[in-house]
Design a protein around this ligand. Sequence first.
Ligand SMILES: [Fe+2]
Ligand SMILES: [Fe+2]
Length: 259
Amino acid sequence: MNPAILLADVVSANREGLKFFLQNQKCDVTAAADGESAVRCCREMQPDLVLLYDDLPDIGSFELCREIKKDPLNQLTPVVLLKPSPDLWDIQRGRDAGAMDVWPNPSSSWDLLGRIQTLLRLKKYMDEQARSAVFALARSMDSKQNLRSGHSECLVAYVEELGESFGFGEEDLHELRIASWLHDIGKINLPESILLKPGPLNAEERRIMQEHPIIGEKICAPLKSLRRILPVIRHHHEKMDGSGYPDGLRGESIQNPFR
Ligand SMILES: [Fe+2]
Ligand SMILES: [Fe+2]
């Protein structure tokens, strides 16, 4: 899959030239000409890299960088600020705003491409590490919670049957298996006194327990490769009659994310 790059810069021949150049280097490039659309694009596409120029009409680059990084979906997204000649103060402010780096405007497209390729390799490595960490967390959660039988492992077997009965293809079944492995990862946050309590939970303990789908969604959200299964993690305790949690969804409003 081609890396997705968001180019936040005012409309100009330079911007279009750079976009064309990067597309020719097998990058999927989207351009945004103001802060509002840059934030919206980041949310929609979870880019692998944001190149943020310093001349947008509605917002400064430091502030925009902060806005982008505030979204849990983009916590792992590298944002690079491009300025004509950044000084140490710019670099410090950029880092404080969550930018991966502050670059001077490149001398050529090839110069920029070299830097981008290095960053994309780093991003891929970070994603792989984060993904392994998430799966390791889920495994440890499962063994902590189920000393006798693997709860998630059982679930994988059930959802495979269910998915096949719905006519899901192999790609969707694979996503469904991953969702099953990770669905309870948010329980990692629960104290053992609640997680392993032998008797029924009291009202306060139940409230804390019922946060686990939202926490699970937050843990997985920064990973673009897990994007499709986020609704499964968040909504695995909803019920058709609306009595489930965390959103009390009812009937058809509980959507099949693989549809
Ligand atoms: Fe659960
Ligand atoms: Fe569960």
